[in-house]
Design a protein around this ligand. Structure first.
Ligand code: GLA
Length: 378
């Protein structure tokens, strides 16, 4: 694999890492100003950077086939370049847009975050870029600021109308914990998730499928949630009082909007239930809440797909404590909570179910909640 010095002819000034994530629960709640509960993966994107005396931004990924993408800092515009380079370029564009004085730089990336698996490889790329530039230029960016600038890059430069879940997970998670985040104001708490001690494993099953039109469907879900909030006269679905859910649903005439609202409002409660169980030292008991969350995403929010449903049903039948899709849906990955001694058998059962259905074998690995974005030694 090529090094920074091989590509750019100069040694890097620093090295930074930002992880991908899984979301334990709290799906499609972030753009409704609700709650999420992600964990960072051990898989990370690592950037090395050296500053340049001119105004050029040169980007290279050791993983891709492409060469070096060269951009002029003063001519960055949403929509160009496309592909992976849009994410770091968008972050630099967003930092400049906030008035930060940045100069040119050479940036080299390597990553072991699976791409297209719904595990936030793009957020890792964005957050590591924001962290590196923030450090090198002494911008004093907090994790919140890193996540906000990363999200702005994704929303306004790349054009994906995501919430802030992925970027906050990458910027602010802590090893051994899940991050209980209120996406309304970014208040948060690290909740211990001591799986090893409890004899549990969290398996990630990457189905390897990405269904077409996922981006359009995501934007449509967002619009349906906004329509629901408007019909109910609240700023966001977060503001629907849970004990008034039935009244709220009865007031909605559009059955699709009604289902979307029911998912979002009940999902916020599921996040709170999972946090309460973890706080009470009962991590095994969260399993059924995860599976309930999957049913809500499948039936009410309609963002699952046959492959994700198969993971959940096969894992459940093989003795998993709970399972659900994680991330935006329409493909990507599921998480499965299992007793450690059952992990092997449950993983094998999922693989067998995929083989029986004539589907490509998914990738199964155990996720250990890991550290968020950080500077590494050179
Ligand atoms: C994607 C988005 C997030 C969030 C999830 C669903 O991962 O990037 O902002 O909306 O989907 O929870």
């Amino acid at each position: 694999m090529t090094s920074h010095e091989d590509v750019f002819g100069v040694p890097p000034e620093g090295r930074w890492a930002a992880p991908g994530r899984v979301n334990l629960i709290g799906e499609h709640t972030d753009y409704n100003e609700g709650f999420v509960l992600p964990a960072a993966l051990p898989h990370s994107t690592v950037a090395t950077v050296s500053r340049r005396p001119d105004r050029l931004l040169r980007l290279h990924s050791a993983d891709g086939a492409g060469g070096v993408t060269t951009l002029d800092l003063d001519a960055l515009e949403p929509g160009r370049p496309g592909g992976w380079a849009a994410y770091p370029a968008g972050v630099v564009w967003a930092l400049l847009g906030e008035g930060h004085a940045l100069g040119g730089a050479d940036v080299h990336f390597t990553s072991d975050v699976p791409v297209g698996a719904g595990l936030s490889s793009s957020a890792a790329l964005e957050v590591v870029t924001a962290l590196a530039f923030g450090d090198l230029y002494g911008l004093g960016l907090t994790p919140d600021a890193l996540a906000r600038v990363a999200r702005r890059a994704e929303n306004d430069f790349v054009g994906m109308p995501c919430g802030i879940l992925d970027q906050m997970a990458s910027a602010a998670c802590a090893a051994g914990h899940v991050l209980f985040l209120d996406t309304r104001d970014l208040t948060r708490r690290q909740v211990p998730f001591a799986m090893e001690e409890a004899g549990l494993r969290l398996l990630v099953v990457d189905t390897g499928v990405t269904h077409a039109h996922a981006d359009g469907a995501y934007a449509r879900r967002r619009a349906e949630c906004e329509a629901g909030a408007a019909a109910l006269g609240v700023p966001f679905l977060r503001d629907v009082p849970p004990d008034r859910l039935d009244d709220a649903l009865a007031r909605l005439t559009d059955p699709v909007v009604r289902r979307r609202v029911r998912h979002v409002v009940t999902e916020d409660r599921r996040v709170e239930r999972v946090v309460a169980l973890l706080d009470a030292g009962r991590p095994r008991a969260i399993g059924p809440v995860l599976t309930e969350g999957h049913a809500s995403l499948r039936d009410d929010f309609e963002v699952s797909c046959p492959e994700l449903d198969l993971v959940v049903s096969a894992a459940g039948a093989a003795g998993a404590l709970g399972a659900r899709m994680t991330g935006g849906g329409f493909g990507g990955s599921a998480v499965v909570l299992v007793d450690a001694e059952a992990a092997q058998a449950v993983g094998a059962a999922v693989l067998a179910a995929f083989a029986d259905a004539g589907l490509r074998a998914p990738r199964v690995f155990a996720a250990v909640p890991s550290a968020g974005a950080r500077r590494l030694p050179l």
